[in-house]
Ligand binder design. Sequence first.
Ligand code: SAM
Length: 289
Amino acid sequence: MRIDVITIFPEYLAPLGVSLIGKAADRGLLEVRTHDLRSWTHDVHRTVDDTPYGGGPGMVMKPEPWGEALDAVIADVAPESPELLPTLVVPTPSGRPFTQAKAAQLAESPWLIFACGRYEGIDRRVIDAAVERMPVEELSIGDYVLAGGEVAVLVMVEAIGRLLPGVLGNAESVRDDSFAAGAMESLLEGPAYTKPAEWRGRAVPEILTSGNHGAIARWRRDQAFARTAAHRPELLARLDPAALDKKDRIALAALGWHIEGDRLVPDRAAEDKAPDGRAPDDFADQPPA
Ligand code: SAM
């Protein structure tokens, strides 16, 4: 996979040269090219921003350097295979959520270009014009606002890069991750343990040293249900009841969830806690907002 990152802070992307992604690049599994947006400015101050039309605080990134930068990077599209277009990824808090499923989809692409915004973001016309030339994904890494797109790019490239064939030592580990397509799609992974079997008086759950692989798999799935119910109950509601076996249903019933029609829903007892939906432990010592 080829990855181009356009930014006004190329040094911010240095972590892509270390650890898993850095090693993958050393092994030729992916190639990261970082570009300084200011190379496509033509004034003495190398200006990339200007005041917003319509007034208001902050600055907006100017379209001209972005237009030239994208022209220059996609000039590498081979004339003999124009169908091999890059996908432009624009990190923005107003984008669609960047999820594990999106990471897996983008990992299929041979070439990604990331456009790092700063200030109030990039002049909208840059994205509107890009849509006419290549696939464009406007993606948010969460419901909070960063100062710039660089950290979001680090997050996305790491999530995408570890899914590329050959990058992880054990490709199977991806299958059991939280959010992994298949059995884990709407679940969080449960706890993990390593040696020693006892540490500071705390023993590893006995089942994990039993050698009974079926029972261990069952225990792990039950732990995933419990963790998801505790931390992200809205994910449990997305589980497809048709994909749940009898033991899954028993485990979920013990956590206060049952099947109603084609949906998994919390028992009334679990719902009837607080008007704002918080469970008792969440508001024991706090007044409702
Ligand atoms: N005014 C913009 C808004 O409220 O949507 C926020 C701009 S933010 C200060 C500057 C840049 O940080 C954005 O252009 C984007 O590149 C990046 N950014 C901030 N929060 C992000 C998030 N949650 N996900 C992805 N990128 C984000």
